[in-house]
Design a protein around this ligand. Sequence first.
Ligand SMILES: Cc1ncc(COP(=O)(O)O)c(C=O)c1O
Length: 307
Amino acid sequence: MPRKVDSQFVWMDGKVVAAEDAKISFFSHIIHYGTAVFEGIRCYDGKLGPAVFRLKEHLQRLRRSAKGYFMEYPWTDEQLTAAISDLIKRHKFKECYIRPVVLTGEGFMGVRPRECEINTCIAVWSWGAYLGPEALEKGIRAKITQQRKFMPTALDPTIKASGHYLNSVLATKEAAAGGYQEGILLNAHGRVAEGAGENIFIIKKGTLITNSSEESLLPGITRDSVLQIAEHLKIPTRIQQIPVEDLMSADEAFMTGTAAEVTPISEVNDMQVGEGRRGPLTERLQKSYLSAVRGNLEGFEHWLTKI
Ligand SMILES: Cc1ncc(COP(=O)(O)O)c(C=O)c1O
């Protein structure tokens, strides 16, 4: 099966190899038990030329995720930054998606990862609008899935681990089977947790509302960026639980994520949200976010690492 991404090289434990040679052993712990942590990062072509958005925060989260599963790796953030920069240049990409993965490799077989290697790999590829080219403007139709988000007492949702995504895989499958573009998972209490790969925001009477990580979600770097931009724009913000009724009766709603950026939600479970299209505050925040990622929002240039 041909690969659907245009990666030509992969950085593996300090070496750059051709994409077709980027292989791991069948006996790697990750294959059997899902033990990897990863990041999703974007490089945008903006005011400074190609630059990576909030790289420092993504690398901090990667390290914290790895620590959460006892997978410490020998690379400093400076070394990983250099590796990412080198990979982007080799591909001659101006804009791309960046996927660092820290995985548990070969060692003893068995659930407890005893004396297993820890491998660090990075790939880059071209990736446009994650939820489709029209989604940013028109919004998406989302489904609240039967699949619930795992409880923080089972797994720590603030860790971005590969195994955690089986939960999201089932939710996206369920949503797609019903003809929806994305799934929204409720937490164990029946309140909104997050999208399969995005955080959720609603707007009510001019206030921007999102939930906290206690509600079973990965606190996104895009979520944090949008909250900071909202403060800059003097849009009132509130962190609070989101019962389903609040999502359904919101004036506006949108999803945030590195891949999805700021994507309006036009419908949930076939019911129109607000006016059923990108609302005015969503549009303002989205435009400001898309300016910030390209270095065009004054005061936020420090979020970029030039390649
Ligand atoms: C489950 C989940 N929640 C939230 C997010 C948003 O995180 P970020 O904005 O850091 O990309 C992602 C994407 O990484 C995700 O997979």
